[in-house]
Design a protein around this ligand. Sequence first.
Ligand code: PG9
Length: 622
Amino acid sequence: GATAAQAQAPDASMIQLGSDIPAKWKKPEAGYDFVRREAMIPMRDGVKLHTVIMVPNQARGLPMLLERTPYDADNFVKKDQLTLRDTVGAAGREWVDDGYILVYQDIRGKYGSEGKYVMTRPPIGPLNPTKTDDTTDAWDTIDWLIKNVPESNQRVGMIGSSYDGWTVTMALLGPHPALKAAAPESPMIDGWMGDDWFHYGAFRQVNMDYFSGQTSKTGKGEKTPRAGGDDYQAFLDVGTAGNWAKQNGFDQLGFWNRLSAHPAYDAFWQGQALDRAVAAKPSSVPTMWLQGLWDQEDIYGAITAWEALKAKGKAGNNHLVLGPWYHSQVNRSAERLGPLKWKGDTAADFRRDVLIPFFNTHLKDRKPAEPTPPVLVYNGSENRWDKFSDWPGATSLTPIYLQADAGLSFQAATPGEDSYVSDPAKPVPFLAPPISFSERDRWTSWLLQDQRPLTTRTDVLSYKSPVLTSAVTVQGSPFADIYAKTSGSDGDFVVKLIDVYPASVAEQPEMGGYELPVSMDIFRGRYRQSFEHPTAIPAGVVQQYKFRLPPVNWVFKPGHRIMVQIQSSLFPLYDRNPQTFVPNIFFAKPEDFQKATISVQRGAAGASAVLLPVVPASTAVK
Ligand code: PG9
């Protein structure tokens, strides 16, 4: 046999003295039905933004759909697929089928783009003394695209949800003439009033992970660590969001430092509220403002921006769509939400029948089969889209009053009060603990949680109407109008409008007795007189807490009851109010957190109610 000594000596084809990795790998382009281009697009100040441009083979005269994102443009397109429709997500596929060039861009300072990152960078002005913002960056990008993508028809549409809806809105403040249509989807418009950071001044602790994930690195940062999976306990143990920040090194994070130094609605927040900005510079770009009716992140912005533009006489080019969706679900499948099942896929149907035809009208001169309605709102109780010529559908608000013995009715109430003790050591959970913010299914459906488990808590007031004998149709934004006194000097009010299902529901037995929230929000009491200048609540003196709730298009059906719930915490989603007035709740001390007795007033001078946008059955839009 062969011995080792007789083995063939290695020749040159066996020995690698250099590197097995080529100096520059060139990926073969054959086999793909598209070309992926990457460009570093120069902005007016020389900063270059990383942009991925997906062009179908043989494209000629196609419009471009631009999404500007802080979430990694590369991530929007798969790298291992041969066809463009498989490269983009489900929502992108329909645009591919329709013939669009898709463009994704990293905004300044994130992922592949140069420059400095500023969280939702305020428009050029007092809060941004530079020469660029996301209005100029969008302008410069569009200008480059129409000159450098020869396959295009020199028309651009902009789309994107949440932060990417914010970038669409920013582009509208000084739009390039080639921007022909826009869809801000669940855009972040006002982070203090009712979008991501706060709701009426109550801070959303779910953002603690977002701050570190988004602003500790140019790429993807990390969540904040915790011991175990229960955020109810973890946030209770740490005491305040300020302590959480301190433990996690947030003093290094510029945006956290600015946000936590500005807990009130001062010039910092007013100067970046985009509903004010769009009203100051109303655009003529055809725009479709979208949000979810149970949008757990940005339920405030789209409708508010649309209203601001309408007030400026711009209803003609601005449309409003409220879908039966959680945050950004418009770009996913939407056959159901929480316990509710829709007819078909409400997101795919909407994209196919309304959204893409709207863009096609302005980017391809293609007439839609039906004119785009001014306002389109899903009616989740009757399972259909309702078209409105204007919004709200209701012309007035009808109070439904809190009554004695946990009642609720349209009649004036006899005077009285109901009290509960709100204990910061035992805040009311927004979801039953153990609860982790990262449980996606629970997070996306928490606004539709059955409220029955709360009815037994002694710090939650529940008022129920008698069983309805005729339908009550509501189309618009309800208002909470609560009169209460407290033994503390600050406090939060959570008000929920709930549809109580009949004890048995034949077609969906699990809905028997379900207490379904159709609209709710939280309000920080110190802001009852001024969002900008908080004031201590005088102990034992009745105060009014009036605030708008998210919009509804709902029918409380015969056999159901209407319910209103009131409580003083929604934890750990919202930070705890110490119930003692302190300058800045982020930095409250343990001794500031005190029990308070809250007495909600009924009747006479303190006629607590929810003001409902009731539409007479005969005139309700159907
Ligand atoms: N709701 C997210 C967000 C937007 C803007 C600022 C902070 C967070 C988002 O989904 O992008």
